[in-house]
Write a protein that binds this ligand. Structure first.
Ligand SMILES: O=C(O)CCC(=O)C(=O)O
Length: 260
């Protein structure tokens, strides 16, 4: 395991990711799993057609639609816990801000293939993507709730543009498919208790299989323009804020919202 926060931040700078093995205790994961499974069961019932046909993730886990206030407070306290904040601040030292949460699971249709992408490709054209990877970082903190095959990442692509193979596969150009293997891909298998931190804008794919159910927490740098991505309902209300031990991550987002 990487020994200190400085090493973590330089590993992230160079590679775009790092893994902390056995970072959470069995009790911490069991408590988190209980709340997340409540959300997941209700979400599946409510979105059954989408779930059966094509879904591989849900989002807005901290919102009010499926979880009661106490469960939401438990999640907020996990997200902003000392353990997670020390990791977030190792990468984003100044005013990191909460963006969202996502839950990744296996698609029901086992023929559906995992696919390479950069998150920014869904919001920006190619020129915009080139700019984004040089200017800002959105962090994913992946907390697997069960052992899983994990993620496949292309190290260094948080800061560099695609080579020809990567571009053609990711963008499905020249007859290539985004589910094909990349010679530059690095598989990182994950167990419950591990924490994977990676750049949302590096080239990556989730690996389907086993019983995967992974909570991803998304955090951004306050100096970047991402506050419009935040859903108000996923932030704590005043009563909840009073029960969050260290609410800075959420307060930073709220401040940005007020300024926008
Ligand atoms: O796990 C997956 O299916 C994809 C994960 C991903 O793309 C992400 O976290 O941005």
């Amino acid at each position: 395991m990487l020994a200190n926060l400085k090493q973590l931040s330089s590993h992230y700078d160079e590679q775009g990711y790092f893994v902390m093995r056995n970072y959470f205790s069995a009790d911490e994961i069991a408590a988190l799993r209980t709340v997340i499974l409540k959300f997941h069961e209700l979400w599946k019932q409510d979105n059954s057609e989408f779930y059966q046909q094509e879904a591989f993730n849900s989002s807005l886990i901290t919102g009010s639609q499926y979880l009661a206030p106490d469960d939401r407070v438990q999640l907020f306290n996990f997200i902003s816990s000392k353990k997670l904040m020390s990791i977030v601040e190792a990468v984003i030292a100044t005013k990191p801000a909460f963006m969202n949460t996502q839950l990744f699971f296996n698609p029901v249709n086992r023929q559906q293939k995992d696919f390479w992408h950069r998150d920014c490709q869904y919001d920006y054209d190619v020129e915009g993507q080139k700019k984004v990877i040089n200017e800002s970082q959105v962090l994913h903190l992946r907390v697997p709730l069960f052992d899983e095959l994990g993620m496949e990442l292309v190290p260094g692509t948080h800061k560099r543009w695609d080579n020809e193979e990567e571009y053609n596969v990711r963008q499905e150009e020249q007859g290539r498919m985004s589910s094909e293997n990349l010679s530059t891909g690095k598989k990182v298998s994950l167990a419950a208790g591990d924490l994977l931190v990676f750049s949302a804008d590096m080239i990556h794919r989730g690996l389907y299989g086993l019983d995967r159910l992974a909570l991803d927490i998304l955090v951004f740098d306050s100096s970047a323009d991402y506050v419009d991505y935040v859903d108000d309902d996923c932030l704590p209300d005043t009563a909840m804020l009073a029960k969050i031990i260290d609410p800075r991550l959420f307060l930073n987002t709220m401040t940005l919202k007020l300024q926008s």
